[in-house]
Write a protein that binds this ligand. Sequence first.
Ligand SMILES: [Ca+2]
Ligand SMILES: [Ca+2]
Length: 125
Amino acid sequence: MKTYQKIITYGAIVAGSLGLSGCGNEGSKGDLLIGRNYVATANLDRNNLRDVAIGDGNGNIYVLWNKGDGSFDKQHVGNMIIGRTPIATGDMNGDELEDIVATDGNGKLHIFYNNGDRSFRKDQF
Ligand SMILES: [Ca+2]
Ligand SMILES: [Ca+2]
């Protein structure tokens, strides 16, 4: 039940970001994600707390690492260069680490393979 409540909290934060309110940045609310953002949740560092992956309107991919106290650490993961960045999460290579999948404005598919240490390696198709 507690996990469910946290997911609802994410939804509120993400919805807030669409209206130009803050997303967590090392626990603060001062950093903005402007414009239409795409979001997905997954436990990307396997610490039993679901994290938030965000693709913004400028081709950037971010992860908000869940600190478990209602705040998040924001990390820039990569840039698609072109356009909006719809994303999804899933384990694409069977290593039991959730990866981030994104498409760019040219219809190319990008996979950010999770290294398990809060870093990612990008592959493009
Ligand atoms: Ca996590
Ligand atoms: Ca994986």
